[in-house]
Design a protein around this ligand. Structure first.
Ligand SMILES: [Zn+2]
Length: 107
């Protein structure tokens, strides 16, 4: 279990997040039923960035050899996840600031 912020009702909730297919922790807020997405774990972000980087290098190498530049699906997905993570993180950071000023949820 982890204490996470809901990006919809801006409150701290204790939940058991699940990881979606791209590796983002997701959970349903027990207070407002919103499906909240949280940023990637740091280790996951690092692994994704390395694989995406290798994918880019591989694609550039293919082009340099006159081949057709096709980026693998996995590096492309991981690069997309790294980009999406920026948006998710800024939303969660904003929610965290709001959650700190919100009163605790009614019991
Ligand atoms: Zn909520």
């Amino acid at each position: 279990m982890a204490e996470l912020v809901c990006t919809e009702c801006m409150r701290m909730v204790v939940v058991q997040p699940r990881v979606n297919f791209m590796g983002f922790p997701k959970f349903q807020c027990p207070l407002c039923r919103h499906q909240a997405t949280h940023p990637l774990a740091t280790w996951r972000l690092v692994v994704y960035a390395i694989i995406a980087g290798l994918g880019v290098i591989g694609t550039v190498a293919m082009m340099a050899q006159g081949g057709i530049p096709i980026m693998g699906v996995i590096p492309a997905l991981m690069m997309a996840a790294v980009i999406i993570n920026f948006g998710v993180k800024s939303r969660v950071d904003a929610a965290m600031i709001r959650a700190r000023s919100n009163p605790p949820p009614p019991r």
